[in-house]
Design a protein around this ligand. Sequence first.
Ligand code: NAP
Ligand code: MG
Length: 479
Amino acid sequence: MVNWEYSESVESQEIVNIKDKYQNFINGKFQQQNSKKYINTISPSTEEVLSKIVISNEKDVDNAVQSAQLGFEKWSNTSPHERSKHLFKLARLIQERSREFAVLESMDGGKPIKESRDFDLPQVAANFFYFAGWADKIDLSWGAKSLKPHGVVGQIIPWNFPLLMLAWKVAPALATGNTVVLKPAETTSLTALLFAELCEQAGLPDGVVNIITGDGTTGSLIVNHKDINKIAFTGSTQVGKLIQKSLAGRDVGLTLELGGKAANIVYEDAAIDQAVEGVVNGIFFNQGHVCCAGSRLLLQESIHDEFVAKLEKRMQTLRVGNPLDKNTDIGAINSKEQLNKIEGLVNEGVSDGGKIFQTECELPGNGFWFKPTLFTDVQPSYSIAREEIFGPVLTTLTFRTPQEAVEIANNTEYGLSAGVWTEKGSKILWTADRLQAGVVWANTFNKFDPSSPFGGYKESGFGREGGRQGLLSYLKAES
Ligand code: NAP
Ligand code: MG
């Protein structure tokens, strides 16, 4: 276990019971896999090895898909009312064990405990409750056709919200009668494996949820498996494009939740102090490892200097450090690889001519860390203004008129989210109408609710998760 200096504000790790190594969860139990290849999963805040997980091979993927096929025969014939009861049970168990899940999420992924405890876990439970409620209320008639579950769904998720992305995918899939083969990201598999234990505890029928660990090759084996009926993927635009190509010409459903480079637009009439808070939350939440992060700050020219001064002052108060400390605002960067990517883009921003501001905080010795960073004097052509950095780095651009704000905001290949800050309701509506983004927040940022659909435009993907739309993406119309 990690030896951070003792402090009353540090959450105890004793609550979690991490095994030395993990097997895949297939057909209702943890099973010996075919692959003998294990990798370490570490805590990014200390680099300490927490456990070992298997890199599943073709035979393991095949076993999981077969198990999900058998599971589907039972699950699709289980009454919607029974399916609902199972999902409610899972939701309640998540609530009961939420402290354990939160600590494990922060240890394995590096996010601050106050976020895993007060954001991720309540959202995870809320998603299961929400879709449990839908399970026996879905109207399966669709004109002359009827709606049917796809069958076996392959679900591939990223490392930034490991358990929450699982919940976004597993809950609607099960509510609609599908069964799943889920692969968590290789750096953050532990909460998905703990969720597998919960499926056992909840008495979910065997084969309904199958969780196999692995890297990109495992993900690709799931995508290319001949008996997969739908793929739901959250991750990078680059991998999303590969998946879409692999599925071309096959009758396999697909939803893609990909990257983003959201504009957070602050008009001169905005309540400046609230906007500063919202901008800080928009980019520094979860170390900026957020697909919908407000990573491009668009400031109206007249308030630029005042806003930047207030923002820098506020950034100095952000506490970077031990993810298990309840006072920590910014935890560890998820992996060495991600840290290298952030450092590379930031160096490019400096050499392109951007003016960099970084807070004066001290960073811990071990682990992967990056100081909260703000760029001003940025041209829209710089890579820091175009590429997704996926770290605690905010890039500022300026505009003169609302038309110009919208033009700059839409000048990106992405279209996942956006923020608008103004005291005028009509300006919010005018701007939101013109923004090409799946979600537009007004005078707030990063607000989520299971009933509200989430998803992208352009290269941020297609399909929606959450709400009725999210549910429908797990059903197909058949005559
Ligand atoms: P990633 O590299 O695309 O990986 C996502 C998942 O896909 C991981 O489980 C990964 O496995 C797996 N994978 C990698 N290569 C694959 C392949 N060829 N075929 C099938 N699966 C493959 O993305 P990431 O770096 O983990 O996550 C960050 C990205 O996710 C960012 O771009 C972010 O914007 C996006 N994201 C989007 C949303 C959204 O809702 N739109 C939400 C969160 C994150 P391994 O990690 O084990 O290699
Ligand atoms: Mg880890």
